[in-house]
Design a protein around this ligand. Structure first.
Ligand SMILES: [Zn+2]
Ligand SMILES: [Zn+2]
Length: 396
C-alpha cells in the first residue's frame, strides 16, 4: 500500500483542462461578480426562487437519478422521471449518466483502493473532493463495460449523445430565458447559473470527500464510509454513507424513518403516484445484524484494552461470548426460515405459473373449438352448393 501511494504521488498525469477551467472560472465568478452584482443591483425574489429550485432539481437529479436509480438500480422509474433526471443531471454538470455511473460503480467495487477507486479518500481529502477530476489519472480511466445495463436505456443514451447541447440549454438557456422574462438577464445568469452550479458541485463532492472522512460507522468498518447527520442535511440525505456502502441497493440512505433523507422521501412520493416502482429495501433483520456485528466488535476491542482486574474481564468476556453464540444461533434460524419462505414463494410462483399455463391451454382449446365451428360452417355452405347443383342435375 505504501509503495502504491508513493507511485501515485509520482504519477505525472496530464491536466484535464475542461473541468479545471470550468471549476476555476465558475468558482472565481461566484466569489467576485456574484456578490458585487448583489451589492450594486441586488437580486429579486424571482431570481432567488429560480436559484433554489434549480439547485434542488440538480441535486436531486444526481442523488435520486444518477446515484440511486442508475448507479445502484435501487428502484425503477417512469420515463418522464428519467427524462427529468437526465435533463437536470446535465445541468449539474458532472458528466453524463453513463460516465458518472461507471466511475461510481468502480468506487463501490474498489472503495479506498488507491489504484482502482477513482476518488479514493486514501489519496487525501482534496483528491477525493475534486483533485481526481483535474488530471487524467490512471485510476479515473473510463471503461463503460460496467454500464451495459444502462446502455439499453434510451434516455441515458440520448443524454450521453447530446450532452453538450443539454448542458448549454440547461445552464445557460434556462437562466437566459427566465432572466429575459424577469427583466434582468445578468442577475439570473449569475445567481441561477453560476452560483447554483458551484454550490451544486461542491455539495455533491462532499459525498466523496467528507462522507469518507468524518462521522460514525454503525454498520461496517470494512471501508472508510461514514454516517454524518450534518452532511445529510446538505447532500439531500446522502450523508448516511456508511449504511449506503454496506447496503448499496437499498433506495434509502437514511434508513430510519426519522433520518433526514429527502431523496428517499422523493422516491417514496414518486412510488405513491405510480411514477416509481420496485423500491428495494434490505430486510430489517440484515440491518440489525450489521449493527450488532459492529457492536460485538466494539465490545471485544474495549475488553482487550480494558484495565479491569483479570477475573472481571474474564467474566465479561464469557458474557459477551454467550451473547455472541445466541446471536449466531438466531442468524442460523433466520437463514433457515428465510430459505423456507423463499421456497414457499417459489412454490406459490410455480402454482401461479401452472394456473397460467392451464388458462393458456384453455384458451388454445377454445380457439380450436372455434376453428372447428368455422370449418363445419364452411362445410355446410359447400354442401348447400353441392346439394343445389345436385338437385339441378337430378331435375334434368
Ligand atoms: Zn453509491
Ligand atoms: Zn463512497
Amino acid at each position: 500500500m505504501q509503495e502504491s501511494k508513493q507511485a501515485i504521488k509520482q504519477e505525472e498525469a496530464p491536466i484535464n483542462w475542461a473541468p479545471t477551467i470550468i471549476f476555476s472560472v465558475t468558482f472565481l465568478i461566484s466569489i467576485t461578480a456574484v456578490p458585487v452584482y448583489g451589492f450594486m443591483s441586488g437580486y429579486d425574489a424571482v431570481e432567488w426562487i429560480t436559484f433554489t429550485l434549480m439547485l434542488a432539481f440538480c441535486g436531486l437529479s444526481i442523488t435520486a437519478g444518477y446515484h440511486r436509480l442508475w448507479s445502484h438500480r435501487a428502484y425503477d422509474a417512469n420515463p418522464v422521471v428519467r427524462a427529468f433526471f437526465a435533463f437536470w443531471g446535465a445541468c449539474a454538470l458532472q458528466n453524463t449518466i453513463l460516465i458518472w455511473c461507471s466511475g461510481h460503480r468502480k468506487h463501490h467495487r474498489h472503495v479506498d483502493d488507491v489504484d482502482n477507486d477513482p476518488y479514493s479518500i486514501n489519496r487525501g481529502l482534496w483528491f477525493a473532493h475534486i483533485g481526481w477530476m483535474l488530471r487524467n489519472y490512471k485510476s479515473g480511466e473510463v471503461d463503460l463495460n460496467n454500464t451495459q445495463d444502462l446502455q439499453r436505456d434510451k434516455i441515458v443514451m440520448f443524454q450521453h449523445n447530446h450532452y453538450v447541447p443539454l448542458v448549454v440549454a440547461s445552464n445557460v438557456g434556462v437562466p437566459l430565458l427566465l432572466g429575459y422574462l424577469n427583466g434582468d438577464i445578468l442577475g439570473m445568469l449569475l445567481l441561477a447559473g453560476v452560483l447554483r452550479l458551484v454550490i451544486s458541485h461542491h455539495v455533491t463532492f462532499f459525498i466523496n470527500s467528507l462522507c469518507h472522512a468524518w462521522g460514525k460507522q454503525p454498520y461496517t468498518n470494512t471501508n472508510t464510509a461514514k454516517d454524518n447527520f450534518l452532511l445529510a442535511l446538505v447532500t439531500y440525505g446522502e450523508g448516511y454513507h456508511n449504511f449506503h456502502h454496506y447496503f448499496q441497493t437499498d433506495y434509502r440512505n437514511g434508513v430510519r424513518w426519522w433520518q433526514f433523507d429527502p431523496t428517499k422521501w422523493l422516491i417514496s412520493a414518486l412510488s405513491w403516484v405510480g411514477l416509481a416502482r420496485n423500491l428495494k429495501r434490505v430486510p430489517n433483520f440484515k440491518i440489525q445484524e450489521a449493527m450488532l456485528q459492529m457492536q460485538f466488535e466494539k465490545a471485544r476491542k474495549q475488553l482487550s484494552l480494558s484495565r479491569l482486574p483479570t477475573p472481571n474481564v474474564e467474566a465479561l468476556r464469557q458474557t459477551l461470548e454467550a451473547e455472541y453464540q445466541q446471536f449466531m444461533d438466531t442468524l442460523a434460524d433466520w437463514k433457515e426460515l428465510r430459505g423456507q419462505w423463499v421456497q414457499q414463494k417459489r412454490e406459490a410462483f410455480e402454482e401461479k405459473k401452472q394456473e397460467l399455463q392451464a388458462k393458456w391451454q384453455q384458451a388454445t382449446i377454445r380457439t380450436r373449438f372455434k376453428e372447428m365451428e368455422y370449418m363445419l360452417k364452411m362445410q355446410r355452405k359447400r354442401m348447400q352448393v353441392f346439394n343445389l347443383s345436385f338437385a339441378s342435375v337430378a331435375a334434368v
